[in-house]
Design a protein around this ligand. Structure first.
Ligand SMILES: *Cc1c(COP(=O)(O)O)cnc(C)c1O
Length: 416
């Protein structure tokens, strides 16, 4: 992972911009598709998994405990519970918080659907609060407006890896008796006021999907400082079963175990935990590489008037899961769709994060068809955003290709 050199000849000369975008018959900036995200798996990772395969434990064994311990220590939490994916982590957290029918949980619409689905799994009702138009994170006044006597919890999402203003959220939660579950699927290694995300709220969840900071194939983790929540999470991951005799309602003998709650089989395997442990060794170099690419993007795209680059709040140190730019559509002759398609034609794997959750047909069918009315900032943002590729395995040349494609396409569609 060499350092990314910022070339002094960026941006390119005017004549070079004049080359046609691929979508209009020009030559694409590259011949193969650059994905928006991709895992980094090396020989060390492969050896770690192979070693487990040759041993005694495939499902929950010693590697799970080791992974949980290392992970908790890294994020600064007392306890960590590994589960099958980030969605299961959210589900477990909502269960542990005691959310059920009649309860409302406030979250942001600018997130992956799982941040809200987890509330529905337990029979609760997600409620969408508008975002801050600068950071794109959930806005405090947006949350305040949505609090009712039924509100039980809030799920702030650290969108793109930039922490939400947690002091504000914690203060609001304290005044209203709410549980705070941070969705930190984007934010492994991020810091809020110098403190690492993971041990700051009642519970925090992480995802180890291949596009996230570290991967276990599929995988997730919940961190907490509460022994009580920890015990509920551990039981939920294993059918709601309790094996500790001191917690049993009726101990019938040495063979006995009790299913005390309705849980699930959300257990991660030891192979995956071994991969997670091996990946954890690389977190700081992964973060550093992401930040280097972001620096290069910030530097090279700064002069493009039609773009708003990611805005960082002073209290946050982002983990940079995503690099989301917003188009100034008033300055362009076409819409976001055409720009998106033109970048894809250049073989740049752009994406959109996210479709506001309430816009999905399932949500529209189930009472959320008007949810956008109270989320004007989310609605507006959704029209203009594009995520550029960002991941540690990107080469310097890959990053330059992105800059060149964006410059070329926006120059072509600029209002003259
Ligand atoms: C990835 C992601 C999830 C879900 O994680 P999985 O491991 O894919 O289940 C939840 N919330 C956000 C914000 C995510 O980006």
């Amino acid at each position: 992972m060499g350092g990314l050199v910022i070339r002094s000849d960026q941006p390119k000369k005017e004549t070079e911009y004049k080359t046609l975008p691929a979508i209009a018959g020009g030559r694409p900036v590259r011949n193969t598709l650059l994905p928006y995200a991709r895992q980094w798996v090396d020989e060390g990772d492969i050896a770690a998994v192979t070693e487990v395969l040759q041993g005694d434990w495939l499902t929950t064994g010693p590697k799970i405990a080791e992974f949980e311990k290392k992970f908790a220590a890294y994020v600064g939490a007392k306890y960590a519970v590994a589960v099958v994916n980030g969605t299961a982590a959210l589900h477990a957290a909502v269960f542990a918080a005691g959310i059920g029918p009649g309860d409302e949980v406030i979250t942001t619409p600018i997130t992956f659907a799982a941040s809200a689905n987890c509330v529905l799994y337990q029979g609760g009702m997600p409620v969408f609060a508008d975002i801050d138009p600068r950071t794109y994170n959930i806005a405090l006044d947006g949350v305040e407006k949505k609090i009712t006597p039924r509100t039980r919890a809030v799920i702030p999402v650290h969108f793109t890896g930039q922490p939400c203003d947690l002091d504000e959220i914690h203060e609001l939660a304290r005044r209203n008796g709410l549980v705070v579950i941070e969705d930190a699927a984007h934010a492994l290694g991020a810091e809020y006021k110098g403190r690492r995300i993971g041990g700051l709220s009642d519970m925090t969840i992480f995802s180890f999907h291949p596009v996230k900071h570290i991967t276990t194939g599929e995988g997730g983790m919940i961190t907490t400082n509460s022994l009580e929540l920890y015990q509920r999470l551990v039981s939920f991951r294993n059918h709601g079963i309790v094996r500790d005799r001191s917690f049993m309602i009726e101990d019938q003998g040495p063979w006995f175990y009790e299913q005390q709650e309705l849980g699930y089989n959300y257990r991660l395997t030891d192979m995956q935990a071994a991969l997670g442990l091996s990946q954890m060794k690389k977190i700081s170099s992964f973060l550093e590489r992401r930040r280097k690419i972001v620096e290069a993007y910030n530097h090279s795209l700064a002069g493009i008037e039609e773009l708003t680059l990611p805005c960082q709040a002073p209290y946050s140190l982002s983990a940079w899961h995503l690099y989301v730019v917003s188009l100034d559509l008033d300055k362009l002759t076409v819409g976001r769709r055409e720009i998106f398609e033109a970048l894809r034609a250049e073989n740049i794997g752009v994406n959109v994060h996210y479709i506001p959750v309430y816009r999905h047909p399932y949500y529209r069918r189930n009472g959320f068809s008007n949810a956008g009315a109270s989320c004007p900032n989310a609605e507006k943002l959704y029209q203009s955003i594009i995520s550029l590729p960002l991941y540690p395995a990107m080469s310097d040349q890959d990053a330059f290709d992105v800059v060149e494609a964006v410059s070329k396409v926006l120059h072509h569609y600029r209002c003259k």
